[in-house]
Design a protein around this ligand. Sequence first.
Ligand SMILES: Cc1cc2nc3c(=O)[nH]c(=O)nc-3n(C[C@H](O)[C@H](O)[C@H](O)COP(=O)(O)OP(=O)(O)OC[C@H]3O[C@@H](n4cnc5c(N)ncnc54)[C@H](O)[C@@H]3O)c2cc1C
Length: 456
Amino acid sequence: MTSADVVILGGGSGGYACALRASQLGLSVVLIEADKLGGTCLHRGCIPTKALLHAAEVADTTRESESFGVQATLQGIDMPRVNSYRDGVVSRLYKGLQGLVKSRDVTYVEGWGRLTSAHTVEVDGTTYTGKSVVLATGSHARTLPGLDITGRIMTSDQALNLDYVPGKVIVLGGGVIGVEFASVWRSFGTEVHIVEGLPNLVPAEDPAISKAFERAYRKRGISFTTGVRFASATQDENGVTVTLEDGSTHTADLLLVAVGRGPSTANLGFEEVGIALDRGWVTVDDQLRTNVPDVYAVGDITPGLQLAHRGFQQGIFLAEQLGGLSPRVIEDINIPRVTYSEPEVGSVGLTQSQAEEEYGADKVTTYEYNLGGNGKSQILATTGFIKLVQLVDGPVIGIHMIGSRIGEQIGEAQLIVNWEAYPEDLAPLVHAHPTQNEAMGEAHLALAGKPLHAHA
Ligand SMILES: Cc1cc2nc3c(=O)[nH]c(=O)nc-3n(C[C@H](O)[C@H](O)[C@H](O)COP(=O)(O)OP(=O)(O)OC[C@H]3O[C@@H](n4cnc5c(N)ncnc54)[C@H](O)[C@@H]3O)c2cc1C
């Protein structure tokens, strides 16, 4: 089939979600993918990194087993076996996804596509025509000017494929990807130093979370420099040396460059067709329309949070729009965010300072429930807290959490914020004992004026 209701360029989280939902709604779909169905998230992002983090947790648990009365010793990390466990996870999911796309009657085209008009994409000399065209070409790891990705200087793409545990690593960038790799390596025994130009690690989070995160990393023996920018890096056969703008230098075996991801929109015909770009990102309105009629964009190529589930949601939203439904727009601020590391961070909605800026400090109240009072967190030997940001006498507009495994609580947190729930709505509901989820209930009980396992 070379003509369809929807032609989608890029089969990552955004593109394939759009394809699956559009075909479910009876639309004919062509999905074009140059590399592997599933994109960054499945092959180079979310899934393989989380498999590494799980292996890292197993290493930590083994190392700390004595404190739980279990006698075990960590003999070492067999990286090729860790990688084959990771690859097994990815390949099972990949197979499943391929089967799913086949079963939904989506025309899947393997090849490099180029937008040739508002309604056409060309792949290897064949033109695919769509009533609508969806751009979903994703993102790639960025670097800094003059910092070449080669040898000992790498991005997450190369770091994921190391078949050994490095002795010492410098991580450039203390955002989600940087701290995630730092966490894995530290658990595997690597000496890690993070360099972050902004004043805090995980700088996009509520400052209370960033501070607690830094404390936890320090305790784990992960060192970091914040508020100082990178100046240059050199490498030779012995290692890599990084110089910062304050003149200080750090040496290591490897440098991981985790300074963000840029949109993959160059040389794809977008400019020629007149698609408006802003520093490479495709400009869209809240209905994901570009400036060119019938051309839409989803996922990492649109400005905003670069998250797989945002891509899924945008893909589904767009398919439903094209299928004649009226889906709900979800603003970026209300999309759940998890930083996967030890400890984890989960957040949704406004931070305290964002809320105070938007509504005024006197209209905002906060509450922190300490995980010290939570049975399951004691059992897991983790510390941390859940911070609620509430409009005075109004709904909860932000939830920020830190602790081992706390990212799993983001599901209820995003319901609370998106449903604009009041603490009083949550207080009568039951949270199973003993779970970390109880901490969510306890925090809302406290904010509703009836704390149970907490001080008022
Ligand atoms: C290390 C790492 C960890 C991450 N962890 C998480 C996480 O835990 N949770 C989370 O939510 N997000 C995570 N992300 C982010 C997540 O991977 C992205 O947000 C998500 O993949 C974006 O989906 P997308 O569809 O926009 O783009 P992509 O997944 O990048 O897919 C774009 C696809 O388009 C294809 N393509 C590009 N150009 C063409 C062309 N011309 N013709 C045909 N095909 C083309 C590419 O081959 C690719 O498959 C992580 C990312 C990284 C790098």
